[in-house]
Design a binder for this molecule. Structure first.
Ligand code: ADP
Length: 251
């Protein structure tokens, strides 16, 4: 008998796969959690060493580099824990009603301005009447990851457009940049954990390689869809569509 994709797997195999998936998720969550405390202690001591050492420039440089790396590791662990939380399917998702997305975007764009240090032109076009049911913390992370990426992967002087609008009864959040762009072959893979087109560039800009994986999971939890258009050397457009059932338009 041929095995088509419609064939159902036997229940015991499905349970086994679910079990392995749970073990994988728990392992990542536990490792991340266990690493957090020792790392916080190490960072604390490094901060004390930096403060105390005012005579030896060589050690000062070393301590500062170690401190930078400990901050990076903390950032990775924070993102891994957040991803584990997003992947947890046991708890029922509770949406907050009518979130003021336009206000949230104003705040996120201010944070992005800080990241850019005034080196990009960031514009926000928002429909203030348009709100969404969802989870505020998760949506804020999605917005910051996409706008932050536009800053990180657009050279100084570049343009970043953030758009929040209604499109065919659905809500559309879009970030357009005229930055370095992404090669066609990489686009299907960039939402995978730790997949970076250019590892060194991502690291230098403080990236964890988990931002777009977080975006993908947040969208899954909001029944949303991510559409990516990009051209190498020209720029990128990341568009998130949220279904009309989650959308409100005030009068
Ligand atoms: P990172 O922390 O490395 O930015 P992400 O998951 O957010 O991780 O993104 C994965 C990779 O996708 C990045 O390393 C980069 O190569 C590419 N990328 C994401 N956003 C953009 C963008 N706006 N322009 C160009 N490349 C991008």
């Amino acid at each position: 008998m041929s095995n088509t994709s419609q064939d159902k797997l036997p229940d015991d195999i499905v349970h086994h796969i679910e079990h392995l998936e749970r073990v994988r998720r728990d392992f990542i969550a536990n490792v991340s959690h266990e690493l957090r405390t020792p790392l916080t202690v190490i960072r604390g001591y490094l901060e004390a060493l930096i403060e105390q050492n005012d005579s030896n420039p060589t050690w000062d440089k070393i301590f500062k580099q170690m401190h930078q790396h400990s901050l990076r590791m903390e950032h990775i662990i924070k993102d891994l824990l957040f991803l584990s939380h997003l992947e947890t399917t046991e708890q029922e998702i509770v949406y907050q009603k009518k979130l003021p997305i336009a206000d949230m975007l104003t705040a996120v764009c201010e944070d992005a301005q800080q990241l850019s240090q005034g080196q990009h032109h960031i514009s926000l076009s928002k429909d203030t009447k348009l709100s969404l049911d969802g989870i505020a913390e998760e949506l804020r992370s999605l917005f910051y990851n996409l706008i932050g990426n536009a800053v990180k992967y657009t050279p100084k002087g570049g343009k970043i457009e953030v758009i929040w609008k209604l499109e065919n009864e659905e809500a559309c959040f879009k970030v357009i940049d005229n930055g370095i762009g992404i090669e066609k072959k990489d686009i299907p893979r960039i939402t995978e954990r730790f997949y970076r087109v250019d590892k060194a560039r991502s690291r230098d800009s403080g990236g964890t390689g988990l931002g777009l994986a977080i975006v993908k999971h947040v969208l899954l939890r909001h029944q949303g869809e991510l559409i990516i258009h990009s051209e190498l050397g020209k720029g990128s457009e990341f568009c998130c569509m949220f279904p009309k059932e989650m959308v409100y338009v005030s009068k």
